[in-house]
Design a protein around this ligand. Structure first.
Ligand SMILES: *Cc1c(COP(=O)(O)O)cnc(C)c1O
Length: 233
């Protein structure tokens, strides 16, 4: 746990260097600390070091942590696969959902978002890796899905999210990741040209945040580099 503040500082420095290399202001990239599988005490340690946004993939686990940390002003992002029977707690307890891939899920989130909360920020997850990945909507389906979601009253469509498939070796990994990230950025640009006002590219994890930032990431989702290797999932 004592390493979390140092790890966070190192990640923030990686982000700053990548922004400098890409000639981007560091304030254009938000660090989402992915705390899935880690206890509330780990989140508390990161929060004490100044981290505010946390990403979770499992609903029950996230709700338990949120209850334990209720006195902290944290921003919770849901980034995992979302089944329709789990949309209500997500609509009630999160500020963002990055992993919307079907209209049905978005409609439920909109219906279930409590009136006293601001609209739920959502990203559409896009499968930029073709057949090697199962999650995310097909790129060709993304514009219509985004238009439909943008019309839902209790959601605020912010942009796109992707998890590129792992590459074979380091060199290929980086080339492949850049290509996937670039295709997500191009898709977002197409949609903005078609009249949507999207400001978010959620892409980049511990091993490829530099590639993602060069290609325009506005949120990087970092777990391992902050909290350490996960024992499972
Ligand atoms: C677990 C997870 C991350 C964090 O990955 P690391 O490699 O640990 O940084 C990012 N995004 C999603 C969607 C995840 O499920």
């Amino acid at each position: 746990m004592i390493t979390i503040p140092a790890n966070l500082q190192a990640v923030n420095m990686r982000i700053a260097s990548a922004c400098a290399a890409a000639r981007r202001a560091p304030t254009t990239v938000t660090l989402l600390a992915v705390s899935k599988t880690w206890p509330a005490s780990a989140v508390r340690a990161a929060a004490a070091a100044g981290q505010r946004a946390f990403g979770e993939s499992y609903v029950q686990e996230a709700l338990a942590k949120q209850a334990e940390l209720a006195e902290l002003a944290l921003e919770w992002h849901f980034i995992g696969p979302l089944q329709s029977n789990k949309t209500r707690p997500v609509a009630e307890h999160f500020a963002w959902v990055h992993s919307v891939e079907r209209l049905k899920i978005a409609e439920r989130l909109s219906e279930q978002r409590p009136a006293h909360l601001p609209p739920l920020n959502v990203c559409v997850q896009v499968n930029v890796s073709g057949e090697s990945s199962k999650s995310g909507c097909a790129p060709a389906a993304a514009p219509a899905l985004c238009r439909a979601i943008a019309a839902l009253p209790r959601l605020r469509l912010r942009g796109l999210m992707a998890i590129p498939e792992p590459g074979a070796d380091d060199m290929e990994k980086s080339v492949l990741a850049r290509r996937r990230f670039a295709s997500l950025r191009a898709l977002l640009a197409d949609m903005n040209a078609a009249g949507l006002a999207l400001d978010t590219l959620s892409m980049g994890m511990s091993h490829d945040l530099e590639d993602a930032i060069i290609e325009g990431a506005t949120i990087v989702r970092i777990g391992t580099a902050i909290f350490g290797e996960r024992k499972h999932s």
